[in-house]
Write a protein that binds this ligand. Structure first.
Ligand code: BGC
Length: 388
């Protein structure tokens, strides 16, 4: 995998140098500009030759996106690139300004994880107008035909693995209290994760294994295996964490306040990602009427890996960000060379079917945490305490 990234980056460097030699794109003015560009590092050959790929990520406040930043930097630095990544800090207006500044710098490819999938359509349109190719990274930009390519994990599988974990832990017991939580309604992924989870959970709600405790909309729809986006939106409206730890905590607290002791006991919790899982887990752990809980997560954030080792979070879904970065760079190289990146399918964004490449995900709990996250070289054993 390392070798592959390296050779791709070498290609990217060549492509970039070619573009810089033939084109007239404005040279980036250096790191102080905050340019999220990947351009050949200044070496004996002189100053950086031209902005080529711009990268915009949603927020520095979640470890998930720091993982992506780190892996992008690793890949780009290895190939002799300077890189700076711009963050939108949860603000669509800032994201738009970031993209505008990159377009001014003459990037040729924009790799972007939209803060708000629909709001980012305007930025994609501006990029298209400027002749810049757009790669939607992890989250899909919606309702525009200006997206050239989508690199993603198998997000339906993320939800399905979370749901399956809850089912496996419930075994043949019936009447298990189930609390549902979801991501931000502005993020297309939140729908896909929920859809994946619902499809697997719903038959086990219908047969009485689980009893939903915190969403009247979900209870109303519990007879349906396949939900429309509007139906999902109704449920998300009641159980969204907005991908925010504090919102997750407050929502869990108010759910537990509204619930009776009989709604607690041995509890099952669908938590959409690691940050919200830790907030929700801490809240449930503090409630005396909760005897035990099984809680899902996603992203294999270090803090959650430690929680899993310590028995405070049950599982996470590992999404190997190295693969996603590799896929994004691979697609950028193809686009820089005027080629069409390999697609293994497509995702409909409300307007077009966006060609996509999708990476698998892995369900991780205490039993396989060492194998999947340490032995695979993703993290160091020294990052954790009491590793099994
Ligand atoms: C990503 C998750 C992440 C979440 C919150 C989703 O779009 O796929 O990995 O946890 O956003 O940032």
């Amino acid at each position: 995998m390392r070798i592959k990234i390296f050779s791709l980056m070498a290609l990217l460097m060549i492509a970039s140098l070619v573009l810089a030699a033939c084109g007239s794109s404005a040279a980036p003015s250096g790191s102080s500009s905050g340019a999220a560009t990947a351009a050949p590092a200044a070496g004996n050959g002189g100053a950086a030759a031209g902005g080529t790929v711009g990268i915009v990520l949603p927020t520095k406040d979640e470890p998930r996106w720091i993982q992506d930043e780190t892996r992008f930097k690793d890949a780009l630095t290895k190939a002799g690139y300077q890189s700076e990544i711009l963050f939108s800090q949860g603000d669509s207006a800032k994201e738009k300004a970031n993209v505008e500044s990159l377009l001014t710098k003459g990037i040729k490819v924009l790799i972007i994880t939209p803060q708000d999938g629909a709001a980012a359509a305007a930025s994609a349109d501006a990029a298209r107008k400027a002749g810049v190719k757009v790669i939607s990274y992890d989250r899909l930009i919606r309702d525009t035909d200006s997206v050239d390519y989508y690199v993603t994990f198998d997000s339906l599988a993320v939800g399905a693995q979370q749901a399956q974990y809850l089912i496996d832990k419930a075994g043949s017991n019936k009447g298990n209290p189930l609390y549902l939580y979801a991501g931000a309604a502005t993020d297309n992924n939140a729908f896909v994760f929920f859809q994946g989870a619902w499809k697997v959970l719903q038959p086990k709600i219908a047969d009485g294994t689980f009893v939903i405790k915190n969403s009247s909309a979900a209870v109303e729809l519990q007879g349906k295996g396949d939900l429309t986006r509007e139906e999902q939106a109704k449920i998300l409206g009641q159980v969204t964490t907005n991908w925010d730890f504090n919102t997750a905590k407050t929502l869990a607290e108010s759910n537990l306040t509204a619930a009776t002791d009989a709604d607690k006991g041995n509890v099952f919790i669908l938590a959409p990602n690691d940050g919200t899982a830790r907030a929700i887990a801490d809240t449930f752990a503090a409630d005396k009427a909760v005897k035990s809980f099984v809680v899902t997560g996603q992203d294999a954030e270090k803090a959650s890996v430690q929680y899993i080792i310590d028995g405070k979070q049950s599982m996470t879904v590992f999404k190997d960000v190295r693969t996603l970065v590799n896929d994004a760079i691979n697609a950028a190289v193809a686009l820089l060379q005027g080629k069409t990146p390999d697609a293994k399918g497509s995702y409909n964004n409300g307007k077009i079917d966006v060609p996509a490449i999708q990476s698998p995900v892995i369900s991780v709990d205490k039993a396989n945490v060492k194998k999947e996250l340490i032995d695979s070289g993703y993290y160091q054993a020294s990052d954790f305490q009491n590793l099994p």
